[in-house]
Ligand binder design. Structure first.
Ligand code: ZN
Ligand code: ZN
Length: 364
């Protein structure tokens, strides 16, 4: 059963455990548990040791867990109460006296206290951060195929709903239509609450769809993504209802060029912040650097925001087979915003754009 992706991933985690000098590692963040075991339930803890791995969950998940773990190298233990605390108790029962790691950034203070109490002070617990997330940065061929399909799905849906972007249609109607169509195409859901932000609301990068109706002569920002076979896509397009004034055409052009410049520097070994700087430099030339109020992009995969972050101060080098978004934008408080976002696979030869929706300025 060594060929299962989970076995290879566990082997990579064990190397990290050796480097981090822990003899046991407790995984509690659900996407990380899924990545290493295949279990999709939301109450589970995976205890990884050098020669075994055990999923602890409660009796609601007995059937689901045994099906999802399948013939993998992960054992199953049904417990009562907090699976993390039960994992601690399990180590104490076995008189484990080594060092054990847990996902410090993924656990509440109360849960960490339960874990330490449950294990009777035996293991020396060490809070770690980002170990499994670092493994998830580099995608396997099967993961890339799924991400390609999720990106294709989002691209097809956004093109399909364009006729609905017209005066009188409400943001929430368009948002609902997008989510409905993604599900009809097999998505298990939206990767995040679909953003439809028209007119002045477009100046809020994370605006959710409201009951506001579209009006003539305003910008509409649509930011949407699907979860397909566990993997996310994330896509943004900006549309103008009417004939755009030259100021906005210029702004759109600036964002298109900023995105292209960022894609240009995207390759293995490039520091993540170089991608961000490239986009910022273009916007600076247009005098729009102050209107760009977020970072250029983020990793994408089982979650919509993952490693690596493409922002200022992120010196981590990019790796081949990472998937990231490139999403520069400009925002004018009180009047609107423009953002273009695509999902890009990092290849030795550069970036391959996975999202295929047209990128030119649509004036409808
Ligand atoms: Zn997005
Ligand atoms: Zn994004």
């Amino acid at each position: 059963m060594v060929s299962l992706p989970q076995s290879k991933r566990l082997a990579r985690l064990r190397r990290k455990m050796e480097q981090g000098r822990v003899e046991a590692f407790l995984v509690t963040h659900p996407p990380n548990v899924f990545y290493l075991s295949g279990f999709t339930g939301d109450a589970g803890a995976l205890l990884v040791e050098p020669s075994r791995a055990t999923l602890l969950t409660d009796s609601r998940f007995t059937t689901q867990a045994s099906e999802e773990l399948g013939p993998s190298a992960v054992g199953l233990k049904i417990v009562k109460g907090s699976p993390a605390a039960a994992a601690g108790a399990e180590l104490a029962r076995r008189r484990f006296r080594g060092r054990a790691g847990f996902e410090g950034a993924r656990m509440t203070v109360a849960e960490a206290a339960r874990l330490k109490k449950g294990s009777g002070g035996r293991p020396r617990w060490r809070a770690t951060e980002g170990w499994v997330e670092a493994l998830r940065r580099v995608k396997e061929p099967e993961e890339i195929e799924r991400m390609r399909a999720a990106a294709r799905l989002a691209s097809e849906v956004i093109v399909e709903v364009l006729p609905l972007v017209r005066p009188g249609v409400r943001e929430c109607d368009l948002g609902a239509e997008i989510e409905f169509r993604m599900r009809k195409r097999g998505a298990s859901g939206a990767a995040f609450d679909t953003i439809v932000a028209s007119g002045p609301r477009g100046a809020l990068p994370h605006a959710r769809a409201t009951t506001k109706a579209f009006r003539a002569n305003e910008l509409v920002v649509i930011d949407m993504g699907a979860i397909l076979r566990h993997y996310c896509s994330d896509l943004t397009r900006t549309i103008y209802l009417g004939r755009a004034p030259s100021r906005l055409r210029r702004g759109y052009q600036a964002v298109v060029e900023a995105q292209a410049a960022a894609c240009e520097v995207l390759r293995p070994g490039a520091p993540a912040e170089a991608v961000d700087l490239a986009a910022r430099e273009v916007l600076r030339r247009y005098g729009l650097e102050k209107a760009f109020i977020h970072s250029t992009g983020h990793g994408l995969g089982l979650e919509v925001h993952e490693e690596p972050r493409l922002g200022r101060g992120q010196s981590v080098p990019l790796e081949a087979s990472s998937v990231v978004t490139i999403e520069p934008g400009v925002y004018w408080e009180g009047s609107g915003g423009i953002r273009i976002e695509d999902d890009v696979l990092v290849l030795p030869s550069g970036g391959e754009i996975l999202t295929s929706a047209p990128r030119e300025f649509l004036e409808l």
